[in-house]
Design a protein around this ligand. Structure first.
Ligand code: KE4
Length: 429
């Protein structure tokens, strides 16, 4: 496969952009090789600057539920752009968007638009702290909530209850207010609550994790977490930046049957444009400026382009609830094909799937949390990734990510992917 132009661009990019990319995972660091510079996306395909075509399972890391450039989103953008790109003043589409989100997600009474998932999660935490008057938060090992300082924290050593920064530039002060529990382990949460009585403002979780690879919260765990938060007056925040409108109209909270106090969104609600949102209970969200004293702002929050693209996406979802049946059929077909291949190569690698999100972990033990996920052989994953890429299948370039099926993936795409998967698995022997 010719990658000359990507190589040239990557070399030049590294002179002007940190690591040559505007988001780290794109640099192929964990899988090696040259990142593909993309020139076009259409439907289920992406074409790189050397003219190579790929079946795309990144979907821009989640936004492209309908594949690249679906007509109804492009039309909405064309109309919107004729009227202007941004006003810094309220517009009707923002009201329609807020109403539609609250219609599709029953737990959302009030919602604020922002410009990224990170802004959404940062702001939700500030709302929870302002509302409760408490300062500490709990997150879960393996969950990613964007690059806000207080999220870049890992569990401290045994004795330490507070966290440790995972990145230089994150202060000890931030780490001291972030506690880290184990996903799917309610006792780890209870221990932190016991050691930090009445100090926890919020618990934030990816109810179906995409960021340690795909791992679903168990029903008992998420139910107990909800009960604990209600009992201890802790704000339960579902980070649905990835799962919102991906797993169901009402997101992961619909399939889990749990109502969080606040939720965060991103990706799909912008139709591929920069977006984020946080919202939930009126009594909490009213504390946000200018209705309340907790400050949060954004020049391009609710901008007409992202709103019109996102509104088109959510309106399509509202009018075509069968989208999730179609996604389930396509995703189950792909899963079964890969499971058959694993049987035929005699490998018990773990395939976790929830709806149209899935991850093939290169470990033969079940993956239910961070510790089991990191038993995966990331070197082997890197070889597998390139085996698939060279066969025209573009997977997320990291073991601890989820791939995304879209409504644009055809049976031909899925069959080609299944065949490439078998060849790539055989080439690992
Ligand atoms: P952004 O700030 O990247 O829009 O959203 C942060 C975020 C928050 N919460 C969840 C559950 C997320 O998955 C994300 C971002 N997801 C990653 C993919 N693992 C984005 C890819 C990237 O960082 O380039």
């Amino acid at each position: 496969m010719r990658t000359t132009r990507s190589e040239q661009l990557f070399e030049e990019a590294q002179k002007y952009i940190p690591g040559g990319v505007n988001s780290p995972v794109r640099a192929f660091k964990s899988v090696g090789g040259t990142p593909r510079f993309i020139s076009k996306g259409i439907g289920s395909k992406m074409i790189d600057v050397d003219g190579n075509e790929y079946i795309d399972y990144i979907g821009s890391w989640g936004p492209h539920l309908f594949g690249h450039n679906p007509g109804f989103i492009i039309e909405a953008l064309k109309t919107a752009i004729e009227n202007g790109t941004s006003f810094g003043a309220p517009t009707e589409i923002e009201v329609k968007m807020a109403k539609l989100i609250s219609e599709l997600v029953p737990s959302i009474e009030i919602v604020r638009m922002v410009n990224s998932g990170t802004e959404a999660t940062m702001s939700a935490i500030r709302a929870a702290r302002g509302y409760t008057g408490k300062e500490k938060i709990i997150k879960f090992e393996g969950c990613y909530h964007g690059h806000g300082d207080f999220f870049l924290i890992k569990a401290g050593s045994g004795a330490l209850t507070f966290g440790v920064p995972t990145s230089p530039g994150v202060t000890k002060g931030n780490a001291a207010d972030t506690l880290v529990a184990d996903f799917n382990d309610i006792n780890s949460v209870k221990n932190l609550l016991h050691e930090n009585k009445n100090q926890i403002a919020a618990i934030i979780i990816e109810p179906v994790v995409g960021n340690m690879g795909t791992v679903r919260a168990t029903d008992s765990f998420i139910k107990e977490l909800r009960a604990l938060c209600s009992q201890e007056k802790i704000v339960l925040i579902f980070d649905e930046v990835m799962t919102g409108f991906r797993l169901a109209q009402g997101g992961a909270q619909e399939i889990l049957g749990i109502k969080p106090d606040l939720s965060t969104f991103g990706k799909i609600i912008g139709g591929g444009l920069p977006v984020g949102a946080y919202g939930g209970k009126k009594e909490i969200m009213e504390i946000i400026s200018p209705s309340g004293p907790v400050y949060q702002a954004g020049t391009l929050s609710g901008n007409p382009l992202a709103m019109n693209a996102g509104f088109a996406a959510l309106t399509y979802i509202k009018n075509h609830p069968d989208v999730y049946i179609i996604l389930e059929e396509k995703s189950a077909y792909l899963e079964n094909g890969i499971r058959n291949n694993l049987k035929s190569v005699g490998k018990n690698y773990q395939l976790n799937r929830v709806g149209s999100m899935m991850t093939l972990f290169f470990t033969e033990e079940p993956v239910t949390d961070f510790n089991s996920a990191v038993k995966s052989n990331t070197k082997l994953f890197g070889k597998y990734f390139h085996g698939m890429l060279n066969r025209g299948v573009y997977l997320p370039p990291a073991q601890y990510e989820a791939l995304f099926v879209s409504t644009a993936h055809t049976k031909e795409d899925l069959d080609k992917t299944i065949n490439a998967n078998l060849d790539a698995l055989n080439s690992l022997k």
